[in-house]
Write a protein of this length. Sequence first.
Length: 486
Amino acid sequence: MSPHVHGVELHQWSADAGSERVRNAGGNVEMAVGDFFDTPAAGRYSAVVGNPPYIRFQDFAGDSRAKARAAALRGGVALSGLASSWAAFTVHGALSLQPGGRLGFVLPAELLHANYAAPVRRFLFENFSQVDLVLFEERVFAEAETEALLLLADGYGGSTNHARIRQVTDAGALTIDMPDAAKWTPTDPAAKWSASTVSPEAAGIYAKLILGGTFTALKTWGETTLGMVTGNNKYFALSPSRVAELGLLSSDVLRLSPPGSSHLRGLEFSTRAHNELGSAGKRTMLFRPASDPSDAALAYIAQGEVDSVQTAYKCRVRKDWWRVPLVAKADMLLTYMNADTPRLTTNSAGALHLNSVHGIYLTPEHRKVGRELLPVAALNSVTMLGAEFTGRAYGGGMLKIEPGEADLWALPSPAVVAAAREELLAIRPQVAGKLRNGNVLEAAKLVDDVLLVRALGMRRPEVAEIRAARAALAGRRESRSRRANS
Ligand SMILES: C[S@@+](CC[C@H](N)C(=O)[O-])C[C@H]1O[C@@H](n2cnc3c(N)ncnc32)[C@H](O)[C@@H]1O
C-alpha cells in the first residue's frame, strides 16, 4: 500500500514542489498551504518528516512566534527568545505522532550544543525510546550558513537515557550500511551533546577527569570578560611613531595590546614584546587622554571630528566621544578566534586589550600561580579537547570562544598546577620555543608528559585517545571550511 502523506507548507510553490516529490516517490499526498502551527497536533501519524526553517525567534513576526512557542509549550518545552524556529517545529512534529511513531528531521547542529536547545534535548530523551543522530563531516547544504544533522527518533511515548551517534562524510553516504554508532549517555539529558561527537573511550576519560576534579572550569581560576570597544580602532589605536608625529604626551596614551591576536601565540606578552611590536609599527598605544588633554590631543580630537569619528554609534553614546571606556588590565589574555586552539598569555606588559581578545582576571588566591603557569599548563591535550567542546566552529574553520563559554573551559585545577610547578617551570622555555616555531602540538606533547602522565598518572594510550579525539574535532572544523571554500 502506498503511504498516505499529509503536508503543510507556507508557500504555494514549495507546496507544489513537495507534492510532486511525494507523488514521484509513490506516495499519495494531501498538501495544505498554511502555517504548520495552525494544524493541531492530533497524535495520528506513524511518521513525521520535516526540514523546518531555522529562524531566530527574535526575527519572528509576533503572531507566528506566539503560535510556535505555544505549540512547544504543549510538549512541556519552554523556549527562550533566543531559540530558533526549528525547536518548536520539532516538538510540534513529535506531538503529531501516534504512540510508537517515528520522527525524521533535518536540523541545525545547534541541537547538539545551543543553550536554548537544552529543553529540546531533554524532550527527545523523555519522549522517544530511541534517539539517533547522523552528523556530516562535510557541509550538506552548501548555501546554508549552518551545519545540518539528521535527527531520527523512534518509539514515541517511550524514553531513553542515551543517543546513538553516527558520522558520515556527506548525504551520499546515507545508506542502510551506516557505520557503527557511538553511544552517548549524558548525565543530564539537557546537557550539551557536543562531547558525543568523539569516541566513547575519549568521552569517558574526559568525563572521569572532570568528575574527579583534576580539571576544573576556567571560572574556578578567575573571570573572563570582553575587551574594550573603541568604536574606531584606526583612530584610537596608534603606533608609537604616529604618537610621536602627532606630538601626543604620555598622559594622552595608554599601553595597548594591538588589534588582532597574532602576537599572542606565546606564553607571555612581555614589556619587551610590547616595545618590539611598537618599534615594528604596530598600534601598541591607545589614544585615551587623561582628564586634561594636551594641546596635541585637542588637535587630534578636532581632527577626529573633521573625519566624523564621533558619529560611530559607540562614540556617539559617550559623554566625551573620544574617551574610550576602559577595562582593567587583565592578568592574562585569551585569544577569541583560533585556527588551532585558544591561547592564554600572561599579560606581564600590563597592556590594555581590545575586544579582539578576552581578558582573564584571576582570583587573588590563584593569581600568582596562574600568572606564572596557567598558559603553559593550559597547553595540554585534555584542555585542547575541552576547547573543541566548549567553543564553536566558526567560518574558515576557526574555533571561536566567547567569555561565557571560556568560563566552562576545562583547565587543570589550581591544586594540580601547583603540585606540578617545578616540572612545569622546567619545561617552560622549551614549550615557548616550540610555540615560537608555530608548533603547538609539539608544545602540547611536552606538557602532556609532565601534567597528564607524570602528575596525574594517566596511561599513554589514554592520552593518545584524548589527542586523537581532539584532532578529529579540529579536523572536522578544518575540513568543513576547506569544503566551503572549494
Ligand atoms: C528549510 S526549508 C525546507 C524546504 C523543503 N521542506 C525541503 O525539504 O526542501 C523550510 C520550509 O518551511 C516553510 N515554512 C516556514 N514556516 C512555516 C510554517 N510556519 N508552516 C509551514 N511551513 C513553513 C518555508 O516556506 C520553507 O519552504
